[in-house]
Design a protein around this ligand. Structure first.
Ligand code: CTP
Length: 405
């Protein structure tokens, strides 16, 4: 399962005998789809080599605040921004003390100071050090600062003593890591989204298209990524920067969008058709630019129908949960309900595009979601905000067979 798909985890390794377990931890986090970068303290390098962790993580290991080479690859502030979670495992008593007091004395503590993301700490130390009042006070202080504490475990320790202080087992750390992502409503789901307009060529320089900006589709891709999904964004031409972690398949025509959609929809859990697909395309595309002089004052372009992408996806046996959009200018809810039934969709999202304030090119939208015997209107809000709500509702409506949590 890919319960950490697309998640960026900065693994901090500090000095202690349990540092060898970080090698296994990298692998198990990667098994769940996480991208892992490693930062080691100087003491950690005495227990396990940076080369080992570099080989396993597939990225240069970051060791030194003042190392120009690694800083030029990804500087400490960039690393702090990059991470969705900073996981320090194992965390020594010394590092916990420095972290709780806000030190910025080495690379890892500096990154923690600069980071906005969640920090989690998996302590590992001798049972006496763990029980020590100063350590306990430092851990309490970290908890009140919002740091998550994973473990420690009890049992036989490297020093031969028995008690609390062992590093939590790797599987337990991975489980708690997964649980730190609270908005993982679509964890492990593969979501395919079509967005933007399509262009139907008339000749080498002209095409038929529409006013779709792609904003709502891109916002949905971002919201689905945030909810933990792996997102394939099949996009017609837009002026938008693609969401950071979406796998974007750029297409131009409806036929190309159809082919990419049919390929990606197989095995997907959710398909959201946001694209304003051109319903018709010129039956013949002129190889040469159509000239005025040859055509006289009238040109006739014969159009033929494009495949209905979302209806084809909904017709797949064992296909994804299929969500369509219905952009209407009148009788919005009635027409949307008719599309839900006709295309055999699981959910339809109706929006009134006759209002200039909302719809195609604007940053705002007002929609009504219709599924099963339910109907919910999302009042006018930013497309990003609407997207988050839509993703939340889809997650709740998703049948067991497509849910991975
Ligand atoms: N859609 C599609 N393939 C098409 C046409 C539409 O996948 N060839 C999808 C859109 O992405 C949207 C839904 O169908 O999710 C409804 O699109 P819309 O243009 O509102 O409906 P049409 O089926 O084209 O009907 P009409 O233009 O008559 O309103």
């Amino acid at each position: 399962m890919n319960l950490l798909a697309g998640k960026r985890i900065l693994l901090g390794v500090t000095g202690g005998i349990a540092a060898y377990k970080s090698a296994e931890l990298i692998r198990r986090l990667q098994d769940q789809g996480a991208d892992v970068h490693v930062v080691m303290t100087a003491a950690a390098t005495e227990f396990i080599t940076p080369l080992t962790l570099q080989g396993l993580s597939g990225h240069p290991v970051h060791l030194d605040l003042l190392d120009t080479e690694t800083e030029s690859v990804m500087g400490h502030i960039e690393l702090a921004r990059w991470a969705d979670l900073i996981l320090i495992a194992p965390a020594s008593a010394n590092f916990i003390a420095r972290l709780s007091q806000g030190h910025g004395s080495d690379l890892l503590s500096t990154i923690c100071l600069a980071a906005q993301c969640q920090i989690a700490v998996a302590p590992a130390m001798n049972q006496g050090m763990w029980a020590n009042a100063a350590t306990q006070e430092n851990v309490r202080s970290l908890m009140t600062q919002g740091t998550a504490i994973f473990g420690p475990d009890e049992g036989l320790q490297a020093c031969g003593e028995i008690g609390e202080g062992r590093l939590l087992d790797v599987a337990g750390i991975v489980d708690l890591t997964i649980a730190t992502f609270p908005n993982g409503k679509l964890r492990g789901c593969k979501v395919v989204i079509t967005a933007g307009p399509t262009r139907e060529a008339i000749d080498p320089v002209r095409y038929i298209s529409n006013h779709s900006s792609g904003k709502q589709g891109y916002a949905l891709a971002e919201a689905a990524i945030e909810a933990g999904a792996e997102v394939i964004l099949i996009s017609g031409p837009t002026n938008l920067a693609p969401p950071n972690r979406a796998n974007v398949i750029p297409v131009t025509s409806a036929q190309e969008m159809y082919e990419a959609s049919m390929q990606e929809a197989t095995g997907a859990d959710i398909f959201i058709g946001v694209a304003a697909v051109a319903d018709f395309r010129p039956t013949e595309v002129s190889r040469q630019k159509i000239k005025k002089d040859k055509s006289g004052s009238r040109v006739t372009i014969t159009l033929e129908e494009n495949p209905d992408i979302i209806a084809s996806v909904a017709a797949l046996g064992d296909g994804p949960f299929t969500v369509g959009f219905a952009a209407e200018t009148s009788h919005v809810i009635d027409y949307a309900r008719a599309k839900l039934a006709k295309k055999n969709l699981d959910m339809v999202i109706a929006n009134n595009v006759s209002n200039q304030e909302i719809g195609f090119n604007s940053d705002e939208n007002e929609t009504t979601m219709i599924w099963g015997n339910q109907e919910q209107t999302l009042p006018i809000a930013s497309k990003r905000n609407i997207a988050t709500k839509i993703v939340g509702t889809i997650a709740e409506a998703l049948p067991e067979s497509h849910a991975h949590d």
